[in-house]
Write a protein that binds this ligand. Structure first.
Ligand SMILES: O=C(O)CCC(=O)C(=O)O
Ligand SMILES: [Fe+2]
Length: 338
């Protein structure tokens, strides 16, 4: 089987470990957590975390607000489409983008999903770093739904974003230690991050999808790490060891996966794993899936180059140094279908 094969059912996945990170957060056994995370990042690039400290009510509010927004008529949702395609904010209609195109497959069909994107909250975007024209649309203000259309959306997403930002900071500290670096080694690369938080809706299927068309085509993520709150409606699958593995979506947990920039930093010692959102089997076509995904993205001008600790005499850097911003925009623009 190759990674483009269209199987729906994947292997169960003992390969993706469930890791309780509370001993790191409360300081009772930080090394134990660091070891488990290092192993998962090197082996499969996916882990499921519990003991993260994010209140379930925050997740529930963000999910409820997403569902309320997506239930609006298409003509209303269209009011929230950004004014230009490289401004990654607001509403993206069904069939407008293709994840697989980001991997160079320019003919891949569009993904079976719609979504809503927000970026930084709680900071002053008029300060020179953020308003600098050289940063393009990276630090554009958010597009918020009118409260008349989705009353809880802005508050729920602001709170969820803030919680994910704190969790990502903790994870980047765990990552630094797992790479035998000081705990704050990444701090000055992520203090002006431009992370997208995206609510995805994968609607029910009402017909056989086109050949190779999936809810989310095969791709690797673009940033440092991704934090996914999935749904009981499964579908997230990771490619490893020559087969697709179902990523366990355990209630109360988050799935974390490594993105391209972490692979570039570590010279592929850690894997930015190919993954996809598979279509449900025929008898589950009526089930829709809603996910909340935090795509942690280092500072726009952070130069991502092989960490000295990941470079040996026989391991020259595999990737040319590249900024976080350049990498992300290259990938974003490749995903466009319409
Ligand atoms: O919706 C999901 O669960 C994950 C989607 C995904 O992998 C992506 O958009 O990069
Ligand atoms: Fe992804």
């Amino acid at each position: 089987m190759d990674s483009s094969s269209e199987n729906i059912r994947a292997a169960g996945s003992p390969a993706v470990p469930v890791i309780d990170i509370s001993p790191f957060r409360d300081g009772t056994d930080p090394d134990g957590v660091v070891c488990q995370v290092a192993d998962a990042c090197a082996r499969i690039g996916f882990l499921v975390i519990e003991g993260h400290g994010v209140a379930p009510a925050l997740v529930d509010r963000a999910l409820a607000a997403s569902k309320q927004f997506f239930a609006l008529p298409p003509a209303v949702k269209a009011n929230y489409v950004a004014d230009r395609p490289d401004r990654f904010r607001g509403y993206f209609p069904l069939l407008g983008q293709s994840l697989a195109r980001s991997t160079g497959d320019g003919a891949a069909p569009p993904d079976l999903r719609e979504y809503y994107v927000i970026n930084r909250v709680g900071i002053d975007l008029t300060v020179p770093y953020y308003s600098d024209p050289a940063k393009g649309t990276a630090y554009s203000p958010n597009i918020w739904p009118d409260p008349a259309d989705a009353p809880e959306f802005q508050a729920a997403f602001t709170d969820y974003y803030t919680a994910m930002e704190a969790l990502a900071t903790t994870l980047m500290q765990i990552f630094a230690l797992a790479l035998e670096l000081p705990r704050d080694a990444f701090a000055d690369k992520i203090d002006r991050h431009f992370t997208n938080l995206v609510a995805f809706r994968y609607p029910p299927l009402d017909r056989e999808p086109a050949p190779a068309q999936l809810r989310g085509g095969p791709h690797a993520d673009f940033g440092s790490l991704t934090i996914v709150h999935g749904d009981p409606i499964r579908g997230l699958q990771a490619w490893s060891g020559g087969q697709w593995h179902e990523v366990p979506e355990v209630p109360g947990t988050f799935t974390v996966n490594i993105g391209d920039l972490m692979a570039q930093w570590t010279n592929d010692r850690w894997v930015s794993t190919l993954h996809r959102v598979a279509n449900p089997p025929r008898d589950e076509w009526a089930h829709e899936r809603t996910s909340l995904v935090f795509f942690h993205q280092p500072n726009f001008d952070a130069l991502i180059e092989c960490l000295p600790s990941c470079q040996g005499p026989d391991e020259p850097p595999k990737y040319a140094p590249e900024t976080s911003g350049a990498h992300l925009y290259r990938k974003f623009m490749a995903m466009r279908v319409t």
